[in-house]
Design a binder for this molecule. Structure first.
Ligand code: ADP
Ligand code: MG
Length: 388
């Protein structure tokens, strides 16, 4: 089905479910992080882009104060009163869309006075592959409610609303990268985000013009058991910043690393070195894209992977194998992407070598006795929008 077909289907399904037409259909994409890993909570830099996998939300206001949500993802219909919606009475998948309503309430919207809404979701963002199916839901619902409730919030504010919903209503301690990419993304471009000031700039990627494609290798290794690892890495970063007497690792430069080595243990030092050099790599990537184009960023992607593998220690054998094999099959740069301990790798690949990369990585996984990976390409795409 084309994206237009899915949007139309979402409206048809809404009508079948709720017995009246939707006011409209809004959509928002998943995302891939090109570079800048574990830098967000250190007030550093990230460079994600929105992808051509989206979540569609057909939405219609009601005359009472109820909110009802359904999704192709689930058989259940969840209903709450807007006036009483909150982190304590939300759980499961519906906490993402209904958490947005609550988070808007936290931003000054009087929920008891608002008209309720019905919403139906459909999506092509795979769940749990590290492509942020969660931010795609948040972006679509946030944009729909902003428009139908005539709130006039700008997109950076809607991104913060999405983050608040995810942190408090869902209970996942994530940064603002995913929501920013989903709401601010632009075709053929990445979103260069400063996680300290929250300022963002659009950076041209030019992959297709340079004959390049982004291949995603979903290792199918679930990162759900990684909560402990993620918390431990955050704690190491805080310990490193404290040892250096700075508020966050954003305030540490590559030139400070010699001194850093002397005031902390080796493991903390390597965690710090990853974050500090990763921030430098994001800046180098932006510079290379602007001055030379995407053929110049391969080595930086490779260096990012080595840093995550050896210094931050968040890779797994499947990710390392995917990266090595993709490079040997002709990718010009490859790295694991996302929080680590599983999930996906990306490989920047000449278009004519995509089949070669796919075949070679699949074969290598089979020989190693690993679960078959899912391999596909994504295209940098527009962020959240109203479809009709
Ligand atoms: P991801 O990396 O894909 O964002 P998360 O764990 O953050 O992984 O979010 C996945 C969760 O989002 C799912 O477990 C589900 O609760 C919810 N979700 C994702 N897609 C949909 C959908 N189409 N409809 C309803 N809920 C969804
Ligand atoms: Mg998510």
């Amino acid at each position: 089905m084309t994206h237009d077909d899915i949007a139309t289907q979402a409206a048809t399904d809404f009508e079948a479910q709720f017995g009246r037409p939707a006011d409209g259909v809004w959509s928002s994409p998943g995302r891939v992080n090109l570079i800048g890993e574990h830098t967000d909570y250190n007030e550093g830099f990230v460079l994600p882009f929105a992808i051509d996998r989206r979540t569609w939300a057909a939405v219609g206001l009601r005359d009472d104060n109820a909110a009802r949500v359904t999704s192709t993802f689930s058989d259940e219909e969840v209903e709450v009163e807007l006036s009483s919606v909150g982190p304590d009475n939300l759980d499961g998948w519906s906490a993402y869309p209904l958490g947005i309503a609550w988070a808007l309430g936290q931003n000054g919207v009087d929920l008891a006075e608002q008209r309720g809404f019905d919403a139906h979701l459909d999506s092509t963002v795979p769940v749990g592959a590290g492509l942020s199916s969660s931010a795609a839901i948040e972006g679509a619902i946030a944009l729909a409610l902003d428009e139908r409730w005539q709130l006039g919030f700008d997109r950076p504010t809607l991104a913060r609303v999405g983050q608040l919903a995810e942190n408090e209503a869902v209970g996942a301690p994530t940064g603002i990268m995913d929501q920013s990419a989903s709401l601010l993304g632009r075709r053929d471009s990445a979103v260069f985000l400063d996680c300290r000031s929250l300022r963002s700039e659009i950076v041209d990627l030019g992959f297709a013009d340079a004959g390049l494609a982004i291949v995603i290798i979903d290792t199918k290794v679930s990162h759900s058991h990684a909560t402990g690892g993620y918390a431990a890495r955050r704690a190491s970063c805080e310990a490193g910043a404290a040892a250096l007497g700075v508020e966050s690792l954003r305030d540490v430069g590559v030139a400070d690393l010699d001194r850093a080595r002397e005031v902390m243990d080796d493991e903390t030092f390597r965690r710090v070195r990853h974050v500090v050099t990763e921030n430098a790599r994001v800046l180098a990537t932006v510079r290379a894209l602007r001055e030379s184009g995407p053929l110049a960023i391969g080595e930086i992607l490779d260096a990012s992977h080595v840093s995550m593998r050896d210094d931050f220690e968040i890779s797994v054998p499947q990710l390392d194998l995917a990266v090595v094999e993709a490079r040997e099959a002709g990718a010009i740069g490859a790295r694991m992407t996302g929080g680590g301990f599983g999930g996906a790798a990306i490989a920047l690949t000449p278009i004519e070598l995509v089949d070669e990369v796919t075949a070679r990585v699949s074969d290598a996984f089979e020989r190693a006795g690993f679960t078959a990976p899912e391999i596909f390409t994504v295209t940098p795409s527009d962020g959240a929008k109203r479809e009709f």
